[in-house]
Ligand binder design. Sequence first.
Ligand code: SAM
Ligand code: SF4
Length: 338
Amino acid sequence: MRGSGLLADRFGRVATDLRVSLTDRCNLRCTYCMPEEGLAWMPREQQLSDEEVGRLIRIAVERLGVTEVRFTGGEPLIRRGLVGIVAAAAALRPRPKLSITTNGIGLERLAGPLRDAGLGRVNVSLDTLSPARFEQLTHRDRHADVLKGLAGAAAAGLTPVKINTVLMRGINDDEAPGLLRFALDHGYQLRFIEQMPLDAQHRWERREMVTAAAILEALEPFGLQADPVSRGTAPAETWLVPGYLDAAGNPARVGVIGSVTRPFCGDCDRTRLTADGQVRNCLFATGETDLRGLVRGNASDDEIADAWRAAMWGKRAGHGIDDPSFLQPSRPMSAIGG
Ligand code: SAM
Ligand code: SF4
């Protein structure tokens, strides 16, 4: 209920999973995310400082019932204060689960310091096993760095290491079986994500999208089996891959996040904070609530918590991508935080 301690909405959902974008900048240019020339980055003074972001995470954990914090971006590993921000979040009580979504560049070096700061897990984005295709897809020759980042994360114990893959028709949609074999061989857990209308170029087209159904069809040779473990609020539907174990010795799994064709909005437990201090109650929200203004205007923790609760109370029932009136949010994915 509005006014109570938690981040509840009118449909009975309660947000406990906070996604914090630490920067809108990135060292790659994935075609489904941003144009080759990059974007007009957020001016530095608009970005929350390390202390400001730390304060908002503290309010979320101590007053609003947030139990998980995932750092994202843009590319979170290029945020200078990252290790300190993670350490500050790990010192909160009750201690939140901490994870990061990254393109993996620089993770080889940072995995140890991040683990020591209190990070629990990583998701690394990888869309192809081919260095040439990687360059075509991201406009950067950094494939080897991503593979080293994955290995570094596993060596540091940031497990289970998950891989996020977006397939695009005619570009990498032939790689589903190869990527799964690669993940199984290395003990990583692969999750395919349907491409969403969140690219800065507004080029997304539904008929071009590789659907969850098409991905599962491509994985038929693996004889996937229904996962007996409930999905809970996780966006990924998971399947067991017979004959394989993960790094911890459990049955290996593969996930498919059907954000567009199999939406999970009814179970959504997310709240999002952008690098410039705006709360978004949904990836696809068209409105935002400005917490930076409150932070810089000397608002109390109570006032900030109230504004955050009000922002979540207004969350819509679903993203409505299939609705004829659907409007792509004006912020691209890289500026919201995926
Ligand atoms: N730079 C980091 C990375 O790539 O992992 C974190 C930010 S990125 C925006 C977070 C995730 O969103 C990545 O797994 C990326 O593949 C995914 N993503 C970006 N644009 C997308 C889109 N249009 N549809 C679906 N997923 C997308
Ligand atoms: Fe950068 Fe991640 Fe967007 Fe790729 S998906 S351009 S790595 S923010």
